[in-house]
Design a protein around this ligand. Sequence first.
Ligand SMILES: [Zn+2]
Ligand SMILES: [Zn+2]
Ligand SMILES: [Zn+2]
Ligand SMILES: [Zn+2]
Length: 158
Amino acid sequence: MAKKKKKSKTILEGKGRSTKPKCGLCGKSAKLTKTECCDQWICDDEGKYVLFSYERNSCHRNHRRFTLCGHHHAEGHSESWKDCPECRADFEKDAEMYVYYGINEYNFGKLDNPPSFEPTKCIDCGNIIVLSEGGYSSRGNEYWCEKCTDSNIQNMFR
Ligand SMILES: [Zn+2]
Ligand SMILES: [Zn+2]
Ligand SMILES: [Zn+2]
Ligand SMILES: [Zn+2]
């Protein structure tokens, strides 16, 4: 009589492997909460943010403010942000920011097929301006790089 072989267990029973939740962005596990938008573990660190400091040291805030996921949730869209036509429409004139919001390091999952976009150029010197890095100035569809912005300001006071 052939005895049936016991199936070997392949599931690791948490040995050495910590199941402790950690922030999906920075990996810390000190004080966590779940994101409202996508139910992921994230640092509960909004309190750390100093108003108007523009620092980006809060995982929670960064995800909420600088991702499509956060935008999508805040605007009350339906379905997945990754193929949300409403999100796309919100950034219609700003594909560069759409892509940045979709692929930056504050995302848990990145935009699969980010659209291509024309780089933004300074109308004075022609240098490419990376909108997500800031430092530029704009009026309507015109953009000035940091350098030209500075010299424009200096000219004003000359
Ligand atoms: Zn974190
Ligand atoms: Zn989210
Ligand atoms: Zn959306
Ligand atoms: Zn310039």
